[in-house]
Ligand binder design. Sequence first.
Ligand SMILES: [Zn+2]
Length: 90
Amino acid sequence: MSQERTTVDGKTFICPKCKGNVLEEIMTDVVQSSSIDCIDKPHDVEYVDTSTDGGTLDRIQCMRCGFIVVEAYESPDVYEELLKMAKEWK
Ligand SMILES: [Zn+2]
């Protein structure tokens, strides 16, 4: 399952660096829990449900190249910032 694009306020994100169209949210200090489906080899573990808890939003970046679009320490509300930025998008 590969996502093709992220839209913000109806506009498609276009990375200024690589022209990628998907934004990803990076969080730190997250507690992740997963139910294990099967383990076939030491590093080949299949999971069914994964959920995360807690964590701090660090940044929003381009999923393809890692170009940082909004950093949380610069903007108190990254989503508001993204919506503001989207006004400049085509
Ligand atoms: Zn990019």
